[in-house]
Design a binder for this molecule. Structure first.
Ligand code: ATP
Ligand code: MG
Ligand code: FE
Length: 337
C-alpha cells in the first residue's frame, strides 16, 4: 500500500510517499524556520502564505523522488489537526483536491499520532503495545499505545509543553529561535549541577507535568543575577534547566512503564531529539530491561513521513474522510474525524 502524505500544521511544508507504513520512499520537508526567526517565533499568517507557495512543489518533489505517479498511490493522508488553523487548511484543501481529482481515498491523520508513528519507520520490529513520551513544541503527553490507532493519554502537562519551555528559556538567555537545539548544544559546555531548578510535581497526578515553574525559576535566577550584578554562566543555566526537565520526563515515563507493565518505551516529537533526554531515557530503560526506541532527529521534528506511517494504519483500520473534511486546530488524541 502506497500512501502520499501531506503535513502543514505549523511551519514545515512537507510531503512523503510511504510504503506499508514503514518504508519511506521520499520525505520532502520545506522548513520555514529562517522566515520566522526574524520574529522570534512562528507567525501564523506568514506560515499559511508560505505553505500555499510551497505545497505543490513539495508534493511534486515527493512523487518524483519516490519515482511514482498519483496513479500508483492508494490513498492520500493529511494532517487535519492539531495545529495552526490557517496552516492546516492549506494541506487539507490540497489533499481534498488531489483526492477528488485522482479519485483516491482521503485519510485524516492526527499530527501527534504522526509523531508517535515516526517510531515505526526505523524500528521495523516495533509493535504496540508500548508507552510513548511525546515531547513536542506544543504538546507533552505520556501515551499508552494499546494498538495501531488506539491511544490512551496517561500523563499530560498542566501548563507549558516541554518544547515551549525550551524555546522560552532559550530566548531568555539570548539564544534565539528555535531554542531547543541551541539549549541542547550550549548545555554540553555547562555543569548541570551548577544551579538547582525546581522539578514540579502535580499533587494527586503523579504522571502529569508542569514546566512553567521551572521556566519561571530560570527567569527569576537571571533577574537576580542582573540585579546583583553577577555574571551569568549561560552554559550552566542551559545545562541545569535541561536537567530539571529531562529528570522529570524520565522519572514519570519509568513510573508509567512500571504501573502499566510495559517493557517498550518510545520518545516522539521535536524535543525527542534532545541529546540529554535520549541519553538519560536510554540509560533508565536499559537499567530496567526496557526496550528503548526513538526516531532519528529528522523524523522527530515535523515531517510527512510520520503522517504516512500513521496514515497507513488509519487506512488499514478503515478511517476515511469526505470532501467536507475540515481542519481541527485543537483536535484531541484518539478523537474521530
Ligand atoms: P506540535 O507537534 O506539538 O504541534 P511542533 O510541531 O511545533 O508542535 P515539533 O516539530 O514536534 O513541534 O518540535 C519543535 C520543538 O522541538 C521546538 O520547541 C524545538 O525547540 C524543540 N526541539 C528541537 N530540537 C530540540 C533539541 N535538540 N532539544 C530540545 N528541544 C528541541
Ligand atoms: Mg516546526
Ligand atoms: Fe509537531
Amino acid at each position: 500500500v502506497l500512501i502520499l502524505a501531506i503535513e502543514s500544521s505549523c511551519d514545515e511544508t512537507a510531503a512523503a510517499v510511504v510504503k506499508n507504513g514503514r518504508d519511506v520512499l521520499s520525505n520532502i520537508i520545506y522548513s520555514q524556520i529562517e522566515l520566522h526567526k526574524l520574529y522570534g517565533g512562528v507567525v501564523p499568517e506568514i506560515a499559511s502564505r508560505k505553505h500555499i507557495e510551497k505545497i505543490n512543489p513539495v508534493i511534486t518533489a515527493a512523487l518524483d523522488e519516490a519515482n511514482v505517479t498519483l496513479e500508483d498511490i492508494d490513498a492520500i493522508a493529511v494532517t487535519y489537526g492539531p495545529g495552526l488553523v490557517g496552516a492546516l487548511l492549506v494541506g487539507v484543501a490540497e489533499a481534498k483536491a488531489i483526492s477528488y481529482a485522482a479519485n483516491k481515498p482521503l485519510v485524516p491523520v492526527h499530527h501527534i499520532e504522526g509523531h508517535i508513528s515516526a517510531n515505526y519507520i526505523e524500528n521495523k520490529d516495533l509493535e504496540p503495545p508500548f508507552l510513548c513520551m511525546v515531547v513536542s513544541g506544543g504538546h507533552t503527553h505520556l501515551v499508552l499505545v494499546k494498538d495501531y490507532g488506539q491511544y490512551e493519554i496517561v500523563g499530560r502537562t498542566h501548563d507549558d509543553a516541554a518544547g515551549e519551555a525550551f524555546d522560552k528559556v532559550a530566548r531568555a538567555i539570548g539564544l534565539g529561535y528555535p531554542g531547543g537545539p541551541k539549549v541542547d548544544k550550549l548545555a554540553k559546555e555547562g555543569n548541570s549541577d551548577a544551579i538547582t531548578f525546581p522539578k514540579a510535581h502535580i499533587q494527586g497526578a503523579p504522571l502529569d507535568f508542569s514546566f512553567s515553574g521551572v521556566k519561571s525559576a530560570v527567569l527569576n535566577y537571571l533577574n537576580e543575577c542582573h540585579m546583583k550584578n553577577i555574571e551569568v554562566n549561560r552554559a550552566d543555566v542551559a545545562a541545569s534547566f535541561q536537567k530539571a526537565i529531562v529528570d522529570v520526563i524520565v522519572e514519570h515515563t519509568m513510573k508509567a512503564a512500571k504501573e502499566y507493565h510495559i517493557k517498550k518505551v518510545a520518545l516522539a516529537g521535536g524535543v525527542a531529539s534532545n541529546s540529554a533526554l535520549r541519553g538519560a531515557m536510554e540509560e533508565a530503560c536499559s537499567r530496567r530491561n526496557i526496550q528503548f526506541y526513538r526516531p532519528s532527529p529528522l523524523l522527530c521534528t515535523d515531517n510527512a513521513a510520520m503522517i504516512g506511517a500513521a496514515g497507513y494504519y488509519d487506512y488499514m483500520n478503515g478511517k476515511r474522510a469526505g470532501l467536507d473534511l475540515n481542519a481541527v486546530p485543537n483536535l484531541k488524541i484518539g478523537e474521530k474525524a
